[in-house]
Design a binder for this molecule. Structure first.
Ligand code: AMP
Length: 510
């Protein structure tokens, strides 16, 4: 094996693990061994080594995406995953926000994205799904030293201004998170890890490194497969998955299939959940279908590198309807419940407040506006991240709980959406004067978005036609999961006595 960078950093650790002939990625596009992953990422790194700017990686679960991520890390450049579920206009904003100087396409780009790249003078590097055609070059000597504060990747989240927010996560933060993942969770060698979340969602980071740092394999399932339950369960039936990484929503979807139980995944050792609340009912159901399988509830925002708290959930804890705890902070991370007005002031145990996080997993701030949003500097100069999540500490056992938001961010089937982002985009639809968007719940969980607008011509007269037209326009800027299911026109938006949009009155109209 060729060592590209000196020092025991993440890439070196990944490169040191898997046996050359062992699978690193297995998916519907084919399989990639560690030997191939090393050679092909080294070859691509020779192409990328000339630059320093971030590298856009466009695709969805192709093994070549993993080649591109490692190549970027090897050449000391951050990777920026862009999933086809994001429209080209959104990806264009990501390119501009990151000032990406290279783009690796592991699937065919839509024409609008190709145009956007060429307008910026970026000649895309095209790879087939397995990166097979890559010429093997000499390993470059990278002069730049390993720097814990240089970004490993940039993930974009929904932004209230209508633009997605880029979160650069430094190598040191990723190192800290993956150390917890591999040690505290007790991963074995050769974990086969379910890889279902798009690489543009930071939950996928948990699966990616759980596989690569144990010398195991990513078991990739695509959105196309998930969209066809027959295909999905045929893929999962008898799959050698040992660690399941997903949102609870995806596991709930799988649990709608009665065959989703021990016999389907005979080697499964643990569920690792993150990204949204884990309901006791789902935990109970899964633990009864998969006896002896461990279940972990982990919590954290993208801005603090995937997860910062976690614990194992035993069947006894999931017995009632009481919300499940999110555990304790990982070693080295500080998590406290702050007074809403002052992030430095902790509220007494048992009291609700805002969850605030400090420590080595903090991202570098938002791209372009590092001090915006939840990133704050506390008295004494320490950085912290205000999550906007409401939480409390149980005074009896010190466990953390998370429930509710201080703002209008929602989690829809695991995807993070700022309702303001959808409203900003709706106000750009020709004819729309104002817009309000609600998350509609089903079985106590957000299920879809409903929008209300005011305005006139050229808006179509019927709500059905309006919904169709507005969704088509919004789809140019928003990810598919953020499109409202319905758009209804009102003569005016109802207001509360203090002049704000009356969301409960809107809800009553549904
Ligand atoms: P994301 O940045 O997409 O990972 O979303 C982070 C947000 O998801 C957090 O701020 C929480 O609101 C929510 N979240 C993540 N994990 C959990 C969990 N285990 N329980 C409850 N909410 C969660």
């Amino acid at each position: 094996m060729t060592t590209l960078v000196e020092g025991a950093d993440l890439v070196t650790r990944v490169a040191a693990r898997g046996r050359p002939g062992a699978d690193a990625v297995v998916g519907p596009h084919g399989r990639l061994t560690y030997g191939e992953l090393r050679l092909r990422s080294a070859a691509l790194a020779t192409r990328l080594a000339g630059g320093t700017s971030p590298v856009l990686v466009y695709g969805h679960k192709e093994p070549a995406a993993v080649v591109a991520f490692l190549a970027a890390l090897r050449s000391r450049r951050a990777y920026v995953p862009a999933d086809p579920s994001s429209p080209p206009a959104r990806i264009e904003r990501m390119i501009d926000a990151t000032a990406a100087g290279d783009a690796v396409l592991v699937r065919e780009a839509p024409p609008a994205l190709s145009v956007a790249l060429s307008e910026r003078g970026i000649a895309p590097i095209r790879l087939d799904p397995l990166a097979e055609a890559l010429p093997i070059g000499d390993a470059p000597r990278i002069a730049r030293p390993s720097d814990a504060m240089s970004p490993a990747y940039v993930v974009f989240t929904s932004g209230t201004t209508g633009d997605p927010k880029g979160v650069p996560v430094p190598i040191g933060a990723l190192d800290h998170f993956t150390a917890w993942l591999t040690h505290a969770v007790g991963l074995a060698d050769d974990e086969i890890v379910l890889d279902q979340a798009p690489f543009s969602f930071d939950l996928s980071v948990m699966g990616l490194y759980a596989a690569l740092l144990t010398g195991g394999a990513l078991f990739s399932v695509t959105a196309e497969e998930t969209g066809d339950p027959r295909v999905l369960f045929a893929r999962l039936d008898g799959a050698p998955i040992t660690t399941w990484v997903s949102t609870p929503s995806f596991a709930r979807f799988c649990a709608s299939e009665p065959r989703f139980r021990r016999a389907m995944l005979p080697r499964l050792r643990r569920f690792l959940f993150c990204g949204e609340a884990l309901a006791p009912r789902l935990a109970r159901e899964l633990l009864s279908r998969f006896p002896e399988v461990e279940m972990w509830n982990t919590y954290g925002p993208t801005e603090t590198t995937v997860a910062v708290t976690g614990m194992r959930i035993e069947a006894s804890r999931a017995a009632g309807e009481r919300p499940l705890p999110i555990g304790r902070p990982f070693p080295g991370i500080d998590v406290w419940i702050a007074d809403g007005a002052d992030p430095a002031t902790e509220v007494p145990a048992g009291h609700d407040g805002e969850i605030v996080i400090a420590g080595p997993q903090l991202a570098l701030g938002y791209l372009g506006t590092p001090a915006r949003g939840g990133f704050v500097t506390l008295p004494g100069g320490r950085r912290a991240y205000r999550t906007g999540d409401v939480g409390h500490v149980d005074p009896t056992d010190g466990l953390l709980y998370c429930g509710g938001r201080l703002d209008r961010q929602v989690k829809l089937h695991g995807y993070r959406i700022e309702l303001e982002e959808v409203e900003v985009q709706l106000r750009r639809v020709p004819g729309v004067d104002d817009a309000a968007v609600l998350a509609v719940e089903r079985d106590g969980r957000p299920d879809h978005l409903a929008a209300f607008v005011t305005g006139g011509a050229p808006l179509p007269p019927s709500d059905l036609a309006l919904t169709r037209a507005a969704r088509a326009l919004l789809a140019e800027h928003l990810a598919a999961y953020a499109l409202p299911r319905s758009v209804r026109r009102l003569p005016s938006l109802p207001l509360t006595t203090n002049g704000k949009v009356d969301r409960s009155a809107l809800r009553a109209l549904l």
